[in-house]
Design a protein around this ligand. Structure first.
Ligand code: GDP
Length: 718
């Protein structure tokens, strides 16, 4: 007869590796109903009767994340025949937190202690027999990566599944708690809740913890508030903390008797690095220095050097003359030559010219991600974000968004709190993505003579925009509320393999090159046609001067809007608007409208005409506007999907555009005053905006209740 086994474990415990080892190619992948969490199911290779269900990676069965809710709903409503609990042997203490909760479900559990190869290598010893005795379940030591012990683990799980339900768990809480749990179980019994005998303990614990989501699942949960309040008073703590603390106490007794550490008390290299890198005072300056270096090297030095060559030589001296020579040799029509040279080569070439800088940036990001540093940043940011009522969880989508906003926005799915998730979706694209890099590099190079501060400043403007928006939005009624607790694994630092870093760089880089050949190509063709054709002297046709073209007319209709920001030129307005299709278009449009290839042919400095058309201050205001305003169509689509609500979608886009406009207005207007241009109507408008901004930022905020903070600090210990 077929059995169903659920595979449960912490993220990074090796669940995927074990699942693949056990099921091979017999996998079905889908989504859990109603939510966007991946669901994987497969038949065991060695026993086709047994189905293995891969649950999302979770740290506990609390209802704080979507994954936790999905996994536990499956466990309590579908009730698999057995649970195969995979734990990371190198991190036993933390992993056991989930185990103690799984044991309470009344479902037979088999534990697979994974990464035993790494445990042995470190010299640590885990007493498997003792662990099994202490937990009251079968324990198998395995190495999912090497395939050791995985068969035995599967066999044991299948065997356990025949039992159908487990005996009472070995673990008992303290006397007070056990007695109140007994009372709650009795209430469950007499209130006719219909809960099965072996599940009562789980429900009793959850009701004691005041878990609202469990009450929803039960439908008719009995009122046990009086019992809870009595125990809380007796033990002088809130019920959720009582349970958490007792679990940790139990875990520490298990660890004491089952784990012998080779290097007791000695700090690993990772710990030593973390002492400095996540230090309360040094963490932020180090992060700022690292990101400054990353942007400086990618934009101004190594990347800049290669980009200069691709811009000046490859797309300046080599490709355009070669194509022109070829087109002339085949007697190509003048308009087609114009389209190819002044449209496509100028537009797409201008974008491709920046690919080297992008690739260098992607190498750095891939390295920082895979060596484990970025995980620390989320942890550091949590400390800061929490002060403003935000969760460090919001920072993960932003880290991902540094490559591309679309997966960044999608990563916000892991945030269970609806308001926090919406806020993260709105602010994620403030962080400059790879496609904005060409704009940054262009402005830094052409208008600031490659000044080293410009590119890093773009990144910090993004972070500041996120933090300020977070504070402002959190103080509105729409987003008020305590941040979700944030528990995260800090993997040991390691040197990533060259192959992995290069693969990650190439995957991201290639998608940009592909975009250049599709969206950007079509956009440049559109821009060339609309800018080169128009009505001159009452006749429709190609115009000599682009400012007589249709596009210039359209641009002028919008340009006045941006005049207070310092760049009321129609070409800049058109560039910013085409940037909504794809951010690379900003540079592509400039390439066409400022005659990138023509200038290059003359041998004059590339982008010279652009530099001549706007001041450095206006250019910086232009840069900031394009960094913060609504993202490209692809990212807007992602926002729409993730918000799943038209009004919220327009709120997000509206907020981003208005925020970008006001920040750029302040930058330009205050900059003008500092450069001695005197005070104008614009200055006064900017001053009013700034005062309003300070008010929204610093007006009082309702303190979060101490009850929640308490839980958070207990969970943070995990
Ligand atoms: P998941 O997040 O739980 O699905 O974990 P994965 O299966 O993705 O594994 C996380 C990391 O641990 C990967 O880099 C795996 O290669 C590694 N890993 C998994 N099992 C073992 C093992 O038995 N030994 C060692 N040394 N590494 C492992």
């Amino acid at each position: 007869m077929g059995v169903k086994i659920a595979l449960a474990g912490n993220p990074n415990s090796g669940k995927t590796t074990l699942f693949n080892a056990l099921t091979g190619s017999n996998q079905f992948v889908g989504n859990w109903p109603g939510v966007t969490v991946e669901k994987k199911e497969g038949r065991l290779k060695d026993n086709k009767e047994a189905v293995l269900m891969d649950l999302p990676g979770i740290y506990s069965l609390s209802p704080y994340t979507l994954e936790e809710v999905v996994a536990r709903n499956y466990l309590i409503t579908e009730r698999p025949d057995a649970i195969l609990n995979i734990v990371d042997g190198t991190n036993l203490e933390r992993n056991l937190y989930l185990t103690t909760q799984l044991m309470e479900l009344g479902i037979p559990v088999v534990m697979a202690v994974n990464m035993m190869d790494a445990v042995r290598k470190s010299g640590d010893r885990i007493d498997i027999g003792e662990l099994s005795k202490k937990l009251g379940c079968d324990v198998v030591s395995i190495s999912a990566l090497k395939g050791d012990g995985v068969k035995e683990a599967a066999e044991k799980a299948v065997k356990a599944a025949q039992k159908k339900y487990a005996e009472a768990p070995v673990h008992e809480f303290g006397e007070e708690v056990e007695s109140v749990l007994d009372e709650i179980e009795n209430v469950l019994e007499t209130s006719g809740s219909g809960i099965r005998q072996e599940q009562k303990r789980f429900y009793a614990v959850k009701l004691f913890e005041r878990d609202d989501k469990i009450k929803e699942v039960m439908g008719n949960a009995p009122d046990v508030e009086e019992l809870i309040a009595r125990t809380e008073k007796a033990l002088d703590d809130d019920s959720e903390s009582i349970i958490t603390n007792e679990r940790y106490h139990y875990i520490s007794t298990i660890i004491d008797s089952c784990l012998v550490k080779a290097k007791k008390g000695r700090l690993t290299v990772s710990d030593k690095i973390d002492r400095i890198v996540t230090n309360r005072w040094l963490a932020l300056p180090i992060f700022a220095a690292v990101m400054w270096l990353v942007y400086y090297v990618s934009v101004s030095t190594v990347g800049g050097f290669v980009t200069d060559w691709t811009n000046d030589v490859l797309f300046g001296e080599i490709i355009p003359p070669a194509i022109e020579g070829f087109l002339e040799s085949i007697d190509c029509a003048a308009w087609l030559q114009g389209l190819i040279l002044d449209g496509i080569v100028a537009g797409v070439g201008a974008v491709l010219g920046f690919v080297p800088q992008m690739l260098v940036l992607f190498i750095f990001l891939a390295f920082l991600e895979s060596c484990g540093y970025m995980a620390r940043i989320a942890f550091i940011m949590d400390r800061i974000f929490r002060k403003f009522g935000l969760s460090g969880k919001s920072f993960i989508p932003m880290l991902i968004g540094t490559g591309c906003g679309v997966p960044g926005i999608m990563a916000s799915r892991t945030i269970e709190n609806d308001r926090d998730r919406k806020m993260t979706i709105i602010t994620t694209t403030f962080i400059p993505c790879g496609a904005k890099l060409p704009i940054i590099a262009l402005i830094a190079g052409a208008l600031f003579d490659g000044a080293s501060w410009v590119a890093p400043s773009a990144y910090f403007v993004g972070i500041a925009a996120v933090i300020c928006s977070g504070i402002i939005l959190k103080k509105t009624r729409m987003f008020a509320g305590d941040p979700a607790p944030f528990v995260m694994e800090l993997p040991a630092y390691h040197l990533p393999t060259v192959g992995n870093v290069l693969r990650s760089m190439w995957e991201r880089g290639w998608s940009f090159i592909k975009k250049a050949g599709t969206v950007i190509l079509l956009s440049t063709i559109f821009i060339w046609f609309t800018s080169s054709f128009g009505i001159a002297d009452g006749k429709f046709g190609m115009v000599e001067d682009l400012s007589d073209g249709f596009l210039s007319g359209i641009g002028r209709a919008f340009a006045w809007i941006f005049a207070p920001l310092g760049w009321g030129d129609w070409r800049s307005a058109v560039a910013a608007i085409t940037g909504l299709v794809a951010k690379e278009n900003v540079v592509g449009t400039f390439g066409i409208l400022f005659g990138f290839s023509e200038v290059a042919e003359d041998g004059a400095e590339v982008w010279g005409t652009l530099a001549g058309s706007m001041s450095a201050l206006a250019a910086y205001s232009f840069l900031v506007f394009n960094l913060l305003c609504a993202p490209c169509f692809a990212a807007m689509g992602a926002i729409k999907r993730e918000m799943n609500n038209v009004r919220w979608f327009w709120f997000a886009i509206g907020y981003q555009c208005v925020f970008a406009y006001l920040v750029s207005l302040c930058i330009y207007q205050f900059g003008m005053v500092f450069t001695g241009a005197g005070i104008s109507v614009g200055t006064i408008a900017a001053l009013l905006v700034f005062i309003g901004f300070l008010y929204l930022l610093f007006r009082p905020y309702k303190e979060s209740s101490s009850f929640h903070m308490n839980i958070t600090s207990v969970r943070a210990k995990a």
